[in-house]
Ligand binder design. Sequence first.
Ligand SMILES: Cc1cc2nc3c(=O)[nH]c(=O)nc-3n(C[C@H](O)[C@H](O)[C@H](O)COP(=O)(O)OP(=O)(O)OC[C@H]3O[C@@H](n4cnc5c(N)ncnc54)[C@H](O)[C@@H]3O)c2cc1C
Length: 436
Amino acid sequence: MIGVVGGGIAGLTAAHRLQKQGYDVTVFEASEQVGGLAAVYETAGDPIEKFYHHLSKSEETIVELAEEIGLGEDIEWRIGKNAYYADGTVHPMDTPWQILAYPHLSLYDKFRLGMLVLGIDVRGGRPTRKTYEEFTDFDDVPIKQFLLEHTSKGVFQNFFLPLLEAKFGNRWEDVSAAWLLGRVQFRGERDILRGEILGYLDGGFGRLLDALVDSVGQENIQTGTRVTGLDVPDGAVETLTTQQKNSGETQHDVDDVVVAAMPNVLEQLTGYPCDIEFQGTICSVLSLSEPLTDTYWVNIADDAPFGALIEHTNFVPTERYGGEHLLYVARYIQDLDSELWNETDEAVEQRWLNGIEELFPEFNRDTVNWIQTARNPRTAPVYERGYLDMVVPYDLSEAVGDGLYYAGMASRAQYPERSLNGGIVAGYECAARIAE
Ligand SMILES: Cc1cc2nc3c(=O)[nH]c(=O)nc-3n(C[C@H](O)[C@H](O)[C@H](O)COP(=O)(O)OP(=O)(O)OC[C@H]3O[C@@H](n4cnc5c(N)ncnc54)[C@H](O)[C@@H]3O)c2cc1C
């Protein structure tokens, strides 16, 4: 039997692929629900992800998987409008003329920003595309140094700094230029007249998880079952130990094991150390009776307790949710001792509402139908310098023992951005190595 540790998208995909190839697979999931970071809430209509999710046009493997399991027709490509909240105003940033009208960057700043986004190095007055071709070459370059050298002070301070602070908090200076360049390439396609093209699965990504569960078979997925031990005697995996709530431990004989969970789980089970540091996220979904803005993604450059406001129903129609307007309010957490992380959900929700009122004085709390808050201490790596050297290999036979594979968030597929697509790629990579 092949044991899969973790029933998130990566573990379910690995199990799906292995089973299709005739292997006997069991997925062990610690929580009562599969889905991990892609788990959902109910609404008056379709379910909604607890943490906001969309696809970029560059992500193809998830589209292929959706096609394979009969959901290909249901991937929708929509415009996700972007804006920047600065100095008390929401500035749309979707079309070239909106960007040109943005008052907090000079014309020269906009030119330098535009060239970087297009992958053109204009330093020295001799434009070239060669510089940024291999973004991994910049893995050791500090992001601030890179931005000051390759764009302008204005671009760094007024455009990137607020975004970096929202994404990495006080860890932003540790982030590499490779991450930024990779992220720019990852973003995918824009419609020049309307804005960024993003994907969503009609009915929510929970449908993809459900289809994977159907494919793997409920009988092969044990929820509420934590993997607590892994025996690797004589250089090869042999037994996996699991524990269910209020019951003793169970031993399972295994031929191979795919660990599809965070690297700390891999370390607990096998001792394999991973130096990648992770951030947590607190993310609330607010159901409103009226929209807050007309924009999907508002980056906040002003002082606020959150880094972005993501109004899902300005991306996917509100009719899908029984007329509820759904707004994500999120903040990444670098320090688990911070006041915010240690507050109750109710206190966090009050903080969000106060913050929204500060930014949008016309916001009326009576329009809030409900709020649900999710938090997880490990939701995204800090993509710091030297990251690529810390990535955990898919095949851990040399490092730990034969038959051990890793498909979690510290794998190469989850760089330069962790995503559902990355989880699927990591699951496939492990399945392919087992089949070899
Ligand atoms: C705020 C936020 C925004 C995001 N936005 C996007 C987006 O827009 N687009 C996108 O594609 N992706 C997005 N993602 C990323 C995406 O959700 C993840 O990359 C993906 O879900 C990771 O899947 P995974 O299977 O690797 O890990 P996880 O989802 O973390 O699954 C791991 C599973 O392992 C289980 N587990 C842990 N330890 C054990 C154990 N000992 N035994 C058994 N089970 C165990 C956990 O309970 C969990 O269910 C976002 C994530 C967050 C948090």
